[in-house]
Design a protein around this ligand. Structure first.
Ligand code: ATP
Ligand code: MG
Length: 561
């Protein structure tokens, strides 16, 4: 179990898997070949945990001049779907990786798996068992007691072979029989207590249709898939460590007495990714989608790759995150703020700055001529001079952020308050003169004057206001829907407390400068002082919608190594 209080510190130098791969290259264990694979089950959308595995498998292949396959581990027809296959391929591509050849499907190997299963029966290493699933688990034994052998364990090979063929032909109902490996009912490792290899399931498969009514179990299928694809390093998560003896047993059993041995890859396990405030389980994510708790698999609050993409994450930020968390053998939890830190670092370099106002308050400049408009120059990205400048319209009536004004300001408040002069970014210095209130006493408008000598945001006499605020020309601004996000789960360890944060999405109607209003979905900006935002897929030029990908404030503190 992951210890939610343990925050992972990234490793220095190559991780233990890359060390193994490098060593195997030197000893020519695999003839100098490196072949990895990423094998998702197409029963949901990929999440950020998968991104770790993708970056590891594809990363190793690219660093060592090898190949990486994308393989759909589609051995469970009841939960799998073409929609998931398509989304998986899209996400891997979006992350910037290229798989070798075509997408592979485990289901394309069903014929070969069946052939090997008959071979194991013929060798007396597998038998058809007539027990139900409940009976099988009831006779598994305990950690102190060995399991009870199936009464069918020693049925003649010929009989098992005949029954297995009739199982394939569809003669028996679901759950009535299984094929089991004959290993060791007293093994301290439960996985080796005559595991089930095949179950009967009269179900239509997204790839093979109605060809099969017999489906292989994961352990039986996976090693054969790896073998047929010539995988050298079969990298998986830690919970498969206890399955490794079975992975090896199956391949050895197939090879026993075989003149031409089939390839036997090496399984290597690493710790899965856990992140604070985040549930990484397709099953639990599917529940959120089905219960309509979120907008769908790509909801910006979801830890799916498509959710992060929609929220405004870049593939570069996710790859950087994967690199920084490293790879190790111990389960731990990564601070969510590291992910946000990686995104800020990337967007700070690349995102153009624009102005938007989320919670608007009207400013009227008393000494600015009615009907006059001017175009002011604003810098697009202070970190990237090549990004140049843009024109921003300025006029007598402006929008500012309501929280940039306070009528009775405390001493440390340097933004607008009656009598105070403040810099309006890329524009002028404005001084607040008075306020207009509605009948209920709420401030509805600020009256200001501006100093024409401070155009561009500098004063010839060296006056330096303590605050700079953003603004929009009211008559030029375009209506904006901004979606502001917080953790879907407030609890840092949602596995223990999966209560959805009712304030995880806040929708506000604000304003945005015209230059950014027509941005294509996926376009990213830094809204000055508000955070990094990305145009949502619901966005149109007439009705822009932006998601806040991350705020500007970085509170990430690296853990001690
Ligand atoms: P889930 O529990 O979310 O359904 P899974 O392991 O069942 O995940 P698969 O589709 O079988 O999902 O996983 C494909 C690959 O991604 C596997 O090699 C698996 O080990 C890896 N993987 C899944 N979750 C994580 C994670 N949190 N961290 C790292 N790798 C992961
Ligand atoms: Mg799985």
């Amino acid at each position: 179990m992951a210890d939610p209080t343990a925050i992972a510190a990234p490793e220095k130098g190559p991780d233990f898997i890359r060390k193994i791969v490098a060593e195997d290259g030197e000893t020519k264990k695999w003839g100098g070949k490196v072949a990895t694979r990423f094998p998702p089950e197409p029963n949901g959308y990929l999440h950020i945990g998968h991104a770790k595995s993708i970056c590891l498998n594809f990363g190793i292949a690219s660093e060592f001049g090898g190949t990486c396959n994308l393989r759909m581990d589609d051995t469970n027809p009841s939960k799998e779907d073409q929609e998931y296959v398509d989304s998986i391929a899209e996400d891997v591509k979006w992350l910037g990786w290229k798989w070798d050849g075509e997408i592979r499907f485990a289901s394309n190997y069903f014929g070969k798996m069946y052939e090997y299963a008959e071979d194991l029966i013929s060798k007396g290493k597998a038998f058809v068992c007539d027990m139900t699933a409940d009976e099988v688990s009831a006779t598994r034994g305990t950690t102190t007691e060995p399991g009870k052998p199936s009464p069918w364990r020693d049925r003649p090979t010929k009989e098992s072979l005949d029954l297995f063929r009739r199982m394939k032909a569809g003669e028996f109902p679901d759950g009535s029989k299984t094929l089991r490996a004959k290993i060791d009912m007293a093994s301290p490792n439960f996985v080796l207590r005559d595991p089930v290899m095949y179950r009967i399931l009269h179900a239509e498969h997204h790839n093979t249709g109605k060809t099969w009514c017999l489906y292989p179990m994961y352990d039986w299928a996976h090693g054969i898939e790896d073998s047929l694809e010539g995988i050298t390093h079969s990298i998986c998560t830690l919970e498969f460590e206890i399955h490794r003896p079975l992975y090896d047993w199956y391949l050895d059993a197939i090879n026993e007495g075989r003149a031409e041995k089939i390839h036997h890859p090496q399984q290597i396990e690493f710790a899965r990714l856990n992140i604070t405030h985040t549930l990484l389980s397709k099953r639990k994510l599917l529940e959120l989608v089905q219960s309509k708790t979120v907008r769908g698999w790509d909801d910006p609050r979801m830890p799916t790759i498509s959710g992060y993409r929609r929220k405004g994450y870049t593939p570069e930020a996710i790859r950087d995150f994967a690199k920084r968390i490293g790879v190790n053998k111990f389960n731990s939890t990564v601070d969510f703020q590291l992910l946000e830190h990686c995104l800020r670092e990337d967007l700070n370099k690349r995102a153009a700055r624009v102005m938007a106002v989320l919670k608007p308050l009207k400013v009227v400049i008393e000494n600015y001529p009615e009907g006059q408009t001017e175009e002011l120059d604003a810098i697009n990205n202070p970190n990237d001079p090549a990004a140049g400048t843009r024109k921003v319209p300025f006029s007598r009536e402006l929008w500012i952020e309501a929280e940039d004004f306070m009528e009775n300001a405390p001493p440390k408040y340097f933004r607008l308050t009656p009598g105070r002069e403040v810099r309006f970014r890329s524009a002028y210095f404005l001084t607040c003169r008075s306020v207009v209130k509605d009948a209920a006493g709420n401030v509805v408008e600020i009256r200001c004057t501006y100093d024409p000598a401070t155009k561009g945001g500098d004063s010839p006499d060296g006056r330096k206001p303590k605050a700079t605020i953003h603004w929009l020309s009211a008559k030029h601004a375009v209506r904006l829907e901004a979606r502001l996000y917080d953790h879907l789960f407030s609890d840092p360890d949602p596995a223990n407390n999966p209560v959805v944060n009712p304030k995880s999405e806040e929708i506000v109607q604000g304003w945005i400068e015209p230059s950014a209003a027509g941005a294509a979905p996926g376009t990213k900006y830094q809204f000055e002082r508000l955070g990094y935002f990305s145009a949502d897929k619901d966005s149109t030029a007439a009705a822009p919608v932006f998601n806040r990908a991350v705020s500007l404030k970085d509170s990430y503190v690296p853990p001690k190594a």
